[in-house]
Design a protein around this ligand. Structure first.
Ligand code: ATR
Length: 280
């Protein structure tokens, strides 16, 4: 009798930048499991047929990144509560013949802060979230789940208003110009925009007025210390970089596909940092 080796991967367009294979292959080695995990480029025009034939392609599931998270949401026959609330799926797996979709970005965001800034959510209060795109949706859901009131600040006010109406009374929408007035009441500041991402020459985020005991985090992890994090650290705020969110969001998918719940270890973090060329 032969045992089938489970194959999984990450789909996106483009996908060459994805570090997910490094993470899953590390866990496969660590747990001495047979399995594979590949980058799979899927063009937007091909996503619907791709998802409807996952099984025939001999895949046990996959991670889903930009721009396919909404298509994955539509394709899944069963959704976890976070995916339902956020309207996006980043992890697909099978339960029998049923294609299931989950959103692990939100729990991944929380697990990163829990690991790197223990106790950060004991006293909730006001969080300011910069951005109103797909990533912001998961972050806002996560913060409301931990009892925060969330001020959503976005360059395009209409997108912030859209999100605020989705999340109801626990969130409010604001224009970028309102940031200075919102910061003095913030216990947490989160950047979900592409501001500060390597290769982009954007303006700075002015932190004047942010309490010194507020926590600052960025979901961008290239560079690891974004200009926002560097500025926050320089004025004395506690900071958490975005790499841990990437590592933690990967764990539930690995468990679904390969049957073992893996841990986000210091060794795994060092492996990805080495790939990014960062020495801590
Ligand atoms: P993702 O799914 O990764 O969140 P997205 O949906 O394209 O990506 O959202 C990107 C976010 O970054 C948006 O909030 C965007 O603001 P707009 O809604 O006004 O486009 C924000 N963003 C991108 N470049 C920005 C810049 N130079 N200044 C301020 N916000 C920026």
């Amino acid at each position: 009798m032969t045992t089938r080796i489970p194959h999984a991967g990450v789909i996106g367009w483009p996908i060459s930048q994805s570090r997910s294979p490094l993470i899953h292959r590390y866990w496969l080695r660590q747990h001495d499991l047979a399995g594979s995990y590949e980058r799979i480029p899927v063009a937007p025009a091909d996503i619907v047929p791709f998802l409807s034939t996952l099984r025939q392609q001999d895949l046990v599931g996959c991670n889903v990144t930009v721009p396919h998270k909404e298509a994955a949401f539509a394709a899944a026959r069963r959704l976890d509560p976070v995916a339902k609330a956020v309207g996006a799926v980043n992890t697909l797996w099978f339960d029998g013949d049923t294609l299931c979709g989950g959103n692990t970005d939100a729990p991944g965001f929380l697990a990163n802060l829990d690991q790197r800034a223990p106790g950060w959510s004991h006293a909730s209060g006001r969080a300011v979230v910069l951005g109103a795109g797909g990533a912001a949706r998961a972050v806002i859901w996560a913060l409301i789940d931990r009892g925060f009131k969330v001020a959503i600040v976005n360059r395009t006010l209409a997108r912030a208003e859209d999100l605020a109406s989705r999340f109801g009374a626990d969130s409010t929408a604001h224009a970028w110009a309102d940031l200075g007035a919102l910061l003095p009441a913030a216990r947490l500041l989160v950047n979900t925009t592409s501001l500060g991402m390597a290769g982009k020459d954007d303006g700075e985020i002015d932190l004047t007025g942010l309490p010194i005991d507020a926590l600052v985090t960025d979901i961008v992890y290239v560079p690891l210390i974004t200009p926002l994090l560097a500025a926050a650290r320089a004025r004395g705020n506690r900071i958490v970089d975005g790499l841990g969110m990437l590592l933690h969001q990967a764990a539930p998918g690995f468990e679904h596909w390969f049957g073992v719940r893996p841990s986000v270890t210091a060794e795994l973090r060092q492996l990805i940092l080495a790939d990014l060329g960062v020495v801590e």
